[in-house]
Design a protein around this ligand. Structure first.
Ligand SMILES: Nc1ncnc2c1ncn2[C@@H]1O[C@H](COP(=O)(O)OP(=O)(O)OP(=O)(O)O)[C@@H](O)[C@H]1O
Ligand code: SF4
Ligand SMILES: [Mg+2]
Length: 335
């Protein structure tokens, strides 16, 4: 069952330089006990989509559902009630934790807003610090006394306080050292197994979502360009953009990783204020053809591949046997 859904969701910002379409006609479902990875380069609209799902930024078009209930136009009181079901954690745990409040107060804050009694808050907060692997002594201390990884544990405890059905995690480990990342991701997986919470896991880094996602959504300039089971996409990406992201994903040798990134995703990300005509990826796509400059590819199912969708006229799954496309694919890997 779908816990969190969007249908044809669009978000626009009016800027001095014109209208910026940050999220464009995005549909998604996050099901029970599921982790959906949302990936794409900086500026492609991931955070805006996350905030729109939380109703923190207004949707210009489309609908949002939480457990089947349409929340698109709910008033602020009704939205406050939904907050217990949908929570969000952010990249910078320090920025989102009040530095003047003790950890106990921070974790208990959603409970007091929800009208819990003091004694119940205290008991729940003790349980939560334990769950996220922090000592009880942490409760009386302040955020600056903790490391980045510990602060993210505090953010996770606060997000889980009201037993949400889904947590939108916006780059939760991007600011952490690589060694700490795995610990926090493992903690999130354990908590998911224990509580059944679903995650919409946002990251610009495919190697982060690889370990945690059941399904993936790949965004480019505000639109979903590929979606499907992570286990289907990793070995055989359908969209040339996904293939380039995968080829550019960090590898063990950082020098090699950097040179790969430069070689595989060529060209600048176009301005979302003025996206290219036709397929928005055509300015950087190694297999773009004349048709791509004119005609925008619709997001469509891939024949014979249940649950997979792609927005490309010449997707790599359907066309994988064409010799010139096969040659292009190897160039991603060898670059
Ligand atoms: N409040 C705002 N007003 C105007 N433009 C905005 C606003 N918030 C975001 N944008 C623009 O919308 C686009 C999408 O931004 P968003 O933060 O959602 O991207 P992102 O995918 O989360 O990027 P990152 O990986 O850097 O976090 C960007 O071009 C950004 O500049
Ligand atoms: S539609 Fe054309 S330009 Fe766009 S990704 Fe596919 S091949 Fe590349
Ligand atoms: Mg972001």
């Amino acid at each position: 069952m779908s816990i969190l859904s969007a249908r044809s969701l669009s978000v626009r910002f009016e800027t001095p330089r014109g209208t910026l379409q940050a999220v464009n006609d995005v549909s998604l479902d996050v099901n029970e006990r599921e982790t959906v990875g949302l990936v794409g380069e900086s500026g492609c609209g991931k955070s805006t989509l996350g905030k729109a799902l939380m109703r923190l930024v207004p949707a210009a078009e489309g609908r949002i559902f939480v457990s089947g209930q349409d929340i698109t136009r709910l008033g602020s009181k009704a939205i406050a009630a939904i907050r217990s079901d949908v929570q969000m954690i952010f990249q910078d745990p320090y920025g989102s934790l009040n530095p003047r409040h003790t950890v106990g107060k921070i974790i208990g804050q959603p409970l007091s807003v929800a009208g819990w009694k003091r004694a119940d808050i205290k008991a729940r907060v003790c349980e939560l610090v334990d769950k996220v692997g922090l000592p009880q002594a942490a409760l009386d201390r302040f955020p600056h006394e903790f490391s980045g990884g510990q602060r993210q544990r505090i953010g996770i405890a606060r997000a889980l306080a009201l037993n949400p059905k889904v947590v939108i995690c916006d780059e939760p480990v991007s600011a952490l050292d690589v060694s700490v990342r795995a610990q926090v991701i493992n903690l999130m997986k354990d908590l998911q197994a224990e509580t059944g919470v679903s995650f919409l896991f946002i990251s610009h880094d495919l190697s982060v979502v690889e370990h945690i996602s059941d399904r993936l959504l790949v965004m480019y300039l505000g639109r979903v360009v590929e979606s499907g089971k992570a286990a289907d996409i990793w070995p055989a990406p359908a969209h040339p953009y996904t293939a380039a992201l995968l080829a550019a994903a960090p590898v063990a040798n950082p020098k090699l990783a950097r040179s790969r990134t430069r070689k595989t995703l060529q060209g600048e990300l176009p301005s979302p204020l003025n996206p290219p005509q036709g397929c928005a990826f055509h300015t950087r796509c190694p297999i773009a053809q004349a048709r791509c400059h004119e005609e925008r590819p619709l997001l469509r199912s891939i024949e014979g591949h249940a649950g997979r969708q792609v927005a490309c006229h010449f997707d790599l799954v359907t066309h994988q046997k064409t010799p010139d496309l096969a040659a292009t694919e190897t160039s991603y890997v060898s670059a």
